[in-house]
Design a protein around this ligand. Structure first.
Ligand code: ADE
Ligand code: ZN
Length: 340
């Protein structure tokens, strides 16, 4: 099969899993404006063009400086529900059939919105996802620029709702916030049976040390981003041996760094590491998952087999049962068999 057979159409139709998607990062300008008006919040912009013009970032911290204030428009349960439903409709158009959705409770509880409001709104959308042909679940992330105590408090707030939460993650500003800062709460989450992941963003200060801590000291099940691992062959061998997935996000990388890190993604794929492609914060990086796969495939001249392997990897390292994985992987095979 030649590279010319990797069309947008082919990628869109492939049944996909998305494993690195921040619900708060799916807040499109039109919904942001509508919620601002509904809730009587002045966001300083009144047109889509003005909102888009405020999206100026070239690093993780400059992105987060735009990202968090925008969340103010999310106030009641229906706002969280609408946000998640809007993403799920786009995900359906992108061929997503399974998604593990990150959410950041502290970004809302810290501004006076209750944990219950957030999780109930998001969970209502998760329950409705099958009506769109999507299997969805929630991953609760701690903000690493908040204290370890705040993460523990958040974990305790979540426990009464533990059946609504698939796993636990860690995101936000990595600078000076290493994985080990959260060792206690992650040990507790693991002891309680949650699978865990952590962001190890691209080209951070101490990237390799953070990846090492996440893998060897915390014992994560997946690394979010994590492409700097190519700098350490021992750690590459470790993730390969343990089947640990990396959730990479090409378009996002291109915004917060110099390039999409495609060279690293392809190198890891070729070595047999379970790398996956995801959209991260699609409303801000203007790219949903099919486009992320497409831009990577085009720039690095990936074959169909390579694209399909990336998609297979996502199901394989997802946090669903082996039976559910087998059903999804069979759907991928069927789809591929029908494409010439
Ligand atoms: N929160 C939303 N997107 C993020 C990213 N790419 N890295 C860290 N925290 C985030
Ligand atoms: Zn992310």
């Amino acid at each position: 099969m030649s590279n010319s057979s990797v069309t947008h159409e082919f990628i869109k139709g492939l049944p996909k899993a998305e494993l690195h998607l921040h619900l708060e990062g799916t807040l499109e300008p039109d919904l942001k404006l509508a919620l601002a008006e509904k809730n009587g919040i002045d966001i300083g912009q009144s047109t889509i063009e003005e909102v888009e013009a405020s999206y100026r970032f070239d690093s993780l911290s400059s992105f987060l400086a735009v990202y968090y204030p925008a969340m103010n428009v999310l106030q009641d349960e229906s706002d969280f529900y609408e946000l998640a439903m809007a993403y799920l409709r786009r995900a359906k158009d992108n061929g997503v059939v399974h998604v593990e959705l990150f959410f950041d409770p502290q970004a809302h509880t810290s501004r006076g919105v209750s944990f219950e409001t957030v999780i109930k709104g998001y969970h209502r959308a998760v329950e409705e996802a099958p009506s769109l042909g999507i299997d969805a679940a929630l991953i609760m992330c701690f903000l690493r620029d908040f204290s370890a105590e705040s993460a523990m408090e958040t974990y305790e707030q979540a426990l009464p709702h533990k059946d609504l939460i698939l796993g636990i993650g860690l995101d936000s500003d990595e600078r000076d916030n290493p994985p080990l800062k959260f060792a206690e709460v992650f040990a507790r989450a693991k002891a309680d049976g949650f699978p865990v992941a952590m962001h190890c963003d691209i080209d951070q200060e101490n990237s390799i040390e953070h990846i090492r801590q996440a893998l060897l000291e915390i014992g994560v099940d997946r690394l979010d981003h994590g492409t700097n691992i190519v700098e350490d062959p021992t750690l590459v061998a470790y993730v390969k041996e343990h089947g640990i997935g990396l959730t990479c996000c090409p378009a996002s990388n291109g915004f917060v760094g110099d390039d999409m890190k495609g060279k690293e993604i392809v190198e890891l794929l070729t070595e047999g590491v379970k790398v996956t492609v995801n959209s991260d914060d699609p409303a801000y990086f203007r790219s949903y998952i099919s486009n992320d796969l497409y831009i990577l495939a085009k720039k690095y001249e990936l074959s169909r087999e390579q694209v399909v392997q990336l998609v297979r990897n996502s199901f394989e390292v997802s946090w669903i049962s082996d039976e559910a994985k087998a059903v999804f992987l069979a759907r991928v095979n069927e789809y591929v068999a029908t494409q010439n």
